[in-house]
Design a protein around this ligand. Structure first.
Ligand code: FE
Length: 211
């Protein structure tokens, strides 16, 4: 049986950026729903005792790739459209999302020097990384996720995935941080304004995931 992860902070801890009401629906209904669906799907199958990551890799293993860790077109992947993959990936993606956020305490505390040095090394500046994440989020049509991942040689990169897509099914890629850009992540507060949600989110991003 898979269980809903425990949130690493209180449901109101990301206020005012992400409200308690948003988290209550997002975590308590959406994320819980994916866990419940996954449990129903794997019951009595070979997947029942597998780790979440193993299910995702197995169900998404036949994705055609461009050699850089990006799938070419998810429509060609039978596993990608399956409810097993979708629900397992959504459980994993949300787990990382909650761990990619943290309360802004003390207010305006920003990021650690280690994280800042890491970002400066690879992106030149924190603003440049934020711009890249914002552009990637706003260009993504429909529902999905914006990720910071690293290649096997430890070099990081930003990418988006559609719907339940996750980079985890590529063994050469390690996801470090993710922002949920499904509308359910922001609609209660920001309505359909994804850019406003991304603009607001920086103080509660857990940059320590990077370094
Ligand atoms: Fe979500």
């Amino acid at each position: 049986m898979f269980e809903l992860m425990k949130l690493p902070y209180a449901q109101d801890a990301l206020e005012p950026v992400i409200s308690k009401e948003t988290i209550s629906y997002h975590y308590g209904k959406h994320h819980q729903g994916y866990v419940d669906n996954l449990n129903k799907i794997v019951k009595g199958t070979a997947y029942e005792n597998m780790e979440l990551e193993e299910i995702i890799r197995e169900a998404g293993a036949d994705l055609p790739r461009d050699g850089k860790g990006n799938e070419l077109d998810s429509q060609y992947c039978p596993g990608r459209g399956s409810s097993l993959f979708t629900n397992a990936a959504q459980v994993y993606n949300h787990n990382l999302y909650w761990n990619s956020l943290r309360p802004d305490e003390p207010v305006g505390s920003g990021m650690s020097q280690t994280a800042e040095a890491y970002i400066n090394e690879y992106w030149g500046s924190v603003d440049r990384l934020k711009e890249t994440l914002t552009t990637t989020a706003t260009k993504l049509f429909g529902s999905g996720w914006v990720w910071i991942c690293k290649h096997e040689d430890d070099s990081p990169f930003v990418r988006a995935t559609h719907d339940a897509g996750t980079p985890l099914d590529d063994p050469l890629v390690t996801p470090l941080l993710v922002i949920d850009v499904w509308e359910h992540a922001y609609y209660l507060q920001y309505k359909n304004d994804r850019t406003a949600y991304i603009d607001a989110i920086w103080p509660v991003i857990n940059w320590d995931n990077l370094a």
